[in-house]
Ligand binder design. Sequence first.
Ligand SMILES: [Zn+2]
Length: 232
Amino acid sequence: MTVPLESLPNRPDLIPSPAAGILHGFLSLDFEQQATYLSLHIGDNTARDMDTIKALVELGDSVFPDLAPEVKIGVLRIFDTNAFAQGNTSGIFPKASKINHSCLPNAHCCWNDRVGLFTVSAVRNIAAGEEIEICYKAMCRTREERAEDLSVQNFICGCKACDATTTFGRKSDERRKQLAEIEQALSMYLNVPAQILDVVPGFDKRELLRVLNVMEELLKAEGINDIYRFDP
Ligand SMILES: [Zn+2]
């Protein structure tokens, strides 16, 4: 079940979006799908709630009169908590929403344009009985930053990387800080065609290779190198 915003009617004169688009998508679901949607986790974030309430005030009672105000708020909060990126838009994928978070995930999920499905793929061998976990947010962030990112979902991570009492946990924070700096430094080269790189002022191929090697070692030490190689 998805609620892709791009498939919703484009009537900004009648229905402000995206809040109205989400409510319209919810109303287009059948009863069973609506029940599944409403069973999803609701995050607890005051700032988000204020945005939601503001959006509802803008909608007014004349729009979606069949939905009680508290149901509208619930639908929007569930969307805020559970929506995944789906190309240029967002969608709700209930089965994927049930997968727990880890900063050291064993699986990766994303909208896969090639097959037109939201896919979940293992990034390493997963033992029978082992929980499948994905990373909800950006991985190359410090423990504190990740905790803040996850607060939208009202989620406190208990993974090895988030445990500051262990040597791994403390070193992990340093490694992720370094990885974030490398990602930032490399971002300027991301969309530059290889044949042009050589003539970019200040570009040093050997230095780039050195940085990429450092990055690979950091990713391996962190145990997230497989996810970086992942291409759905
Ligand atoms: Zn964690």
